[in-house]
Write a protein that binds this ligand. Structure first.
Ligand code: CO
Length: 468
């Protein structure tokens, strides 16, 4: 028997959150999940990622499900496995900054309803925007994992990552995640990055990537060999493409090595057998497009996340300007540099992408500036890693001064106002949080819920309130 130190790698299963968010626009309903969770609970995953990200919005908007109810049902079923959610720092699960009282209450209710691990990130890696959520998680005895958004650029040196890791540890995080939303992390870079992070911190390191560029399982292997503690993978029918590497493949690949996960692939294939017919169904219905299942070489070439690329294609198509795609793709890195080279992840990816489209379509750069671009230039999303291009900033702000404080410091408590606005629909304390994040969508959902229970004429419920 070889005399090596055993260091089992931990597996976070993403099929109930990121995998279906990435492949089928977050449309997996709770009823598809419930029959298999008893078996999933016996696998021995480190955690199951099942909530947050886009699941909240999609539940209310498209599935007409109460996301809080989903969480409680999952908690009931998962008796031994930790439940994990994704949380956009001061944006919570939305696209704007919220006041601290909303962030704190959301964290409190997430944990009270069953979440164990909250993965918290900020689209600019401005860690001031993580403080409130981290503190609130610790206060509720939850596990606060801080995720650093991985991106490329002059500013993102190994020293930058190492320093950030140290600051994350000082802030009180329980673990650290590298969040590679676009699948840009190359295997050899992953090895260097894990070494650098390990120099900066003693916290466990989790690597999260996507298969979009076809690189992900090689990246995981190199990261694991360099000491990465946790990897995020998806049950095979919902793995690869724009999703994560396959759970079963990674477990098998590490079997018999010092990184052996100890998980039973036989048992895991039963989970795959369960999800396969659902995959066949969504393929047949068109909800799952074969296009997202392969390798997208453009991701490597243009270094933009797959979702952002498809948004750009759509925006240009809607404007009847399909032929401008190359120009826009060349404009994206210039806009990104003007805005201080932010990582491209929600919401910065949408802001940079839309601005690049405007610059090309208008024939003059920054002639048309959406209000989100202005907010980013003003510092209302936080501090970018490099300073903004001063000329561009001046043109966009048109005489207004940028802010330099933590953006939420300028926000008054918001909960009393939201409570007042939605009191007629309130059935549970959590409803105010659904409303705070997505006022229009939540209101339509509340009306739908009331209509179902009172049996009133469904045609009287406003448009969009019923699933089609
Ligand atoms: Co992801």
């Amino acid at each position: 028997m070889a005399d090596f130190e055993k260091k089992p790698v931990k597996i976070v299963e993403t099929v109930l959150r990121d995998a279906h968010q990435s492949l089928i626009a977050t449309r997996m309903p709770t009823e598809e999940m419930l029959p298999i969770i008893d078996k999933m609970d016996k696998i021995g995953y480190y955690a199951v990622e099942c909530w947050g990200g886009a699941t909240f919005d999609a539940s209310l908007r498209f599935l007409k499900e109460d996301p809080w109810e989903r969480l409680r049902k999952l908690r009931d079923g998962f008796k031994n496995t930790k439940l994990q959610m994704l949380f956009r720092g001061q944006n919570i699960l939305g696209y704007n900054h919220y006041a601290d009282d909303v962030v704190e209450y959301f964290v409190q209710k997430s944990i009270a309803n069953g979440i164990d691990i909250i993965r918290i990130f900020d689209c600019l890696n401005d860690i001031r925007n993580l403080e409130t959520a981290v503190k609130a998680t610790k206060k509720e005895n939850g596990h606060a994992q801080i995720a650093l958004c991985y991106t490329l650029g002059d500013a993102y040196t190994m020293e930058y990552w190492k320093d950030l890791a140290k600051r994350v540890e000082d802030m009180g995080a329980d673990s650290l995640c590298i969040k590679d939303m676009a699948g840009l992390l190359l295997p050899a870079e992953a090895e260097k990055l894990v070494h650098a992070l390990k120099e900066g911190t003693k916290l466990p390191i989790d690597l999260h990537t996507h298969y979009t560029s076809g690189m992900a399982s090689m990246t995981y292997l190199k990261a694991v060999e360099a000491g990465c503690d946790i990897i995020d993978t998806a049950c095979s029918p919902f793995a690869l493409g724009t999703s994560q590497p396959s759970s079963e493949v990674m477990v098998k690949a590490l079997q018999g090595t010092s990184f052996d996960t100890g998980l039973d692939v036989e048992k895991m294939t039963e989970i795959c057998d369960y999800f396969q017919p659902y995959k066949d169904e969504v393929l047949a219905s068109g909800l799952l497009s074969p296009k997202v299942m392969g390798v997208n070489v453009n991701t490597l070439k243009y270094q933009v996340p797959g979702g952002m690329l498809s948004n750009l294609v759509k925006q240009l198509h809607d404007a009847g300007k399909d032929d401008k795609l190359m120009e826009v793709l060349e404009e994206v890195p210039r806009v990104r540099a003007d805005f201080g080279e932010p990582p491209l992840v929600t919401p910065s990816s949408q802001i940079v992408g839309t601005q690049a489209v405007m610059n090309v379509l208008m024939g003059e750069r920054y002639k048309m500036v959406p209000k989100e671009s202005k907010k980013l230039a003003k510092g209302e999303f936080g501090q970018s890693v490099k300073p903004m291009n001063p000329e561009v900033q001046k043109k966009i702000l048109n005489g207004e001064e940028p802010i330099t404080c933590r953006p939420a410091d300028l926000l008054e408590p918001q909960l009393p106002k939201y409570e007042e606005e939605m009191k007629q629909w309130k059935r549970q304390p959590e409803d105010v949080l659904s409303y705070a994040l997505f006022p229009t969508v939540a209101k339509e959902f509340f009306e739908y819920r009331d209509a179902q229970d009172t049996g009133i004429d469904k045609s009287k419920v406003k448009n969009g309130a019923y699933p089609v």
